[in-house]
Design a protein around this ligand. Sequence first.
Ligand SMILES: Cc1cc2nc3c(=O)[nH]c(=O)nc-3n(C[C@H](O)[C@H](O)[C@H](O)COP(=O)(O)OP(=O)(O)OC[C@H]3O[C@@H](n4cnc5c(N)ncnc54)[C@H](O)[C@@H]3O)c2cc1C
Length: 519
Amino acid sequence: MTRLSASCGGSGYWHQRADVVVIGTGVAGLVAALAAHRRGRKVVVLSKASETATFYAQGGIAVVLPNALREGGDSVDAHVADTLAAGAGLCDPEAVRSIVADGYRAVAELVHDGARFDESAPGQWSLTREGGHSRRRIIHSGGDATGAEVQRALDHAAALLDIRRNHVALELLHDGGAVTGVLVLTAEGLGVVHAPSVILATGGLGHLYAATTNPEGSTGDGIALAMRAGLPVGDLEFIQFHPTMLYDGHAGGRRPLITEAIRGEGAVLVDAQGNSVTQGVHPMGDLAPRDVVAAAIDARLAENGDPCVYLDARGIDGFERRFPTVTAACHAAGIDPTRQPIPVVPGAHYSCGGVITDVYGRTELAGLFAAGEVARTGMHGANRLASNSLLEGLVVGGRAGKAAAEHAVDAGPGHAVVPDTTTLRALPRAELQRAMTRYASVVRDGDGLRRLAHELEAAAPRKLLSRNDFEDVALTTTAAAVAAAALARMESRGCHHRSDYPDTDPALARSLVPAAACC
Ligand SMILES: Cc1cc2nc3c(=O)[nH]c(=O)nc-3n(C[C@H](O)[C@H](O)[C@H](O)COP(=O)(O)OP(=O)(O)OC[C@H]3O[C@@H](n4cnc5c(N)ncnc54)[C@H](O)[C@@H]3O)c2cc1C
């Protein structure tokens, strides 16, 4: 048993009060914080790091514009249909419709907050296409720097808020029936922010794996925090591997993404012999849903024994102007994408599952909300459609902020009691990432997943002396939940591919929600 106050070297805690605490400063967190602030609530925003996945988003935001049916044949129905098709029978159709239909309003609010998107003609947004989309409906900014623009606009709009950087949320405090605050670690020691409403917007879990497109803070913290509070999580077996992460010979950490929009503009995936990787695999070829393309690459690499495949973008006119972020990443790796194919491999990219919420971000615990990548609203099912996550973060983040603001009024001031003891276990990060990469990647099987679960059971008690310690604990908790979910799903569906169960089982067309459990 680890006594938190003792292990962090402080005899007492600092205390703060707020109506709404938001954990996270990416798209979901800042949109939520602004929504609660604009309803007159005292909002405190916590962030352990300055980097967010939001900043790194490249391709764009999928959204149906008001005049889309007339001009390009797009519609909410078509976007919903594409999302459901990618989700492989596991989306909640009502949740998808609710979020997609609210997309343009949420984007318009972001524009009101200062975001700017690329135009093909004055006043007309330029639309691109990505894998799984039947229409051109992705708005983008700075070519392939959409996330940087979204983050810039939101940072600017939120500049007047009380944002605490280098504050690590360690524990959700609750009285069994309702959330009461957050236990926080800072350089000054431990503290408590008391609040009747808390919004988890902690992003993803890419660092479960040795190589990922995610920033270093994506360590599954929100999932671990919710599980420790006894809340159910769902669809965690569905981790999306982006088909095209830059392969530059380096093995670990955050690796640059090569956006799917490049394939949308005509680039093709070939192996070292110049043969198409996806021909005959799916009618949409290189623009098939991500799991299909990632699995095709994985199979080709296994077959040929090559370290990577190639994205040939040499035919795209004005590549450097349209894709400046990718061009810079390629140049940094000594590759000229206008003259040579770009070496790529699949990489851990996005968590389709998470903390179970409704489309307003409400969890089972009164006063606790979750939005963005940490949440499982039913939008993504077994596989997220490209560019649907910024959309979900904008829509559900705003709704959660509003709902949290309303809840704070109804519930009155919160008073958190800090638990005396907590048992926390962690596997060393490199070991955990090695095991996850080996046993729970693009293709898994029962033997490997059982071995993974066994290795995770060896996690030892860890004192919480630093952010790093807490992240290792969060990674271990989250990895155990992913392994359990992947073992339980004895079929292949969406981005969960089991080599021992290669077919989809119609009887499993539902979320398997294991009971909340925690190490
Ligand atoms: C390279 C890349 C490209 C992408 N491209 C696209 C795209 O084109 N379109 C699209 O729709 N999606 C894209 N995505 C996915 C999308 O960017 C993310 O899903 C989305 O931005 C997540 O937003 P978020 O607000 O949930 O989390 P994030 O933006 O990751 O923010 C998480 C926040 O939580 C904080 N945090 C985490 N744990 C703690 C803790 N314990 N205590 C305190 N703070 C904590 C972090 O510091 C951070 O501020 C991409 C992702 C990546 C990595």
